[in-house]
Write a protein that binds this ligand. Structure first.
Ligand code: HEC
Length: 98
């Protein structure tokens, strides 16, 4: 009985250690882009910004909103303009450069 208890304890420890290590290697929330990925998105966003944002109103400049506000704004504009995911990511990374 005692042996079984220790074995179970050991098993739980190993599982918990595995979960802890796994969460270290993988971010919990949506991944922040790597440096190269971010560079690609900003460059793409700078080209797409006048194309998309000028369709319905004057393209709002990056400095008009704080970075966290652009996250919300892009969701709204994405819905209105039917903007594909990668384009929206590029636009928001560009808008956050202000
Ligand atoms: C399909 C048309 C459309 C496109 C494309 C579009 N917008 Fe808009 N946008 C609107 C409309 C309509 C409003 C005002 C009414 C509203 O908020 O729904 C608006 C409002 C805004 C506002 C003002 C919101 C506020 O806080 O007062 C900002 C900033 C903005 N757009 C930014 C952008 C940016 C940046 C882009 C490019 C990624 C973009 N929009 C693309 C239609 C569009």
């Amino acid at each position: 009985m005692r042996k079984l208890f220790i074995t179970r304890k050991l098993f739980v420890t190993i599982v918990l250690a595995g979960v802890a290590l796994g969460s270290l290697s993988r971010p919990v929330f949506a991944q922040a882009p790597s440096k190269e990925e971010k560079r690609r998105l900003i460059l793409k966003g700078s080209k797409l910004w006048p194309v998309y944002c000028n369709q319905c109103h004057n393209a709002r400049p990056p400095g008009e909103k704080a970075p966290y506000e652009w996250d919300q704004e892009i969701m709204h504009m994405r819905m209105l303009g039917n903007i594909p995911a990668d384009d929206a990511r590029a636009l928001v990374e560009y808008l956050k450069t202000r």
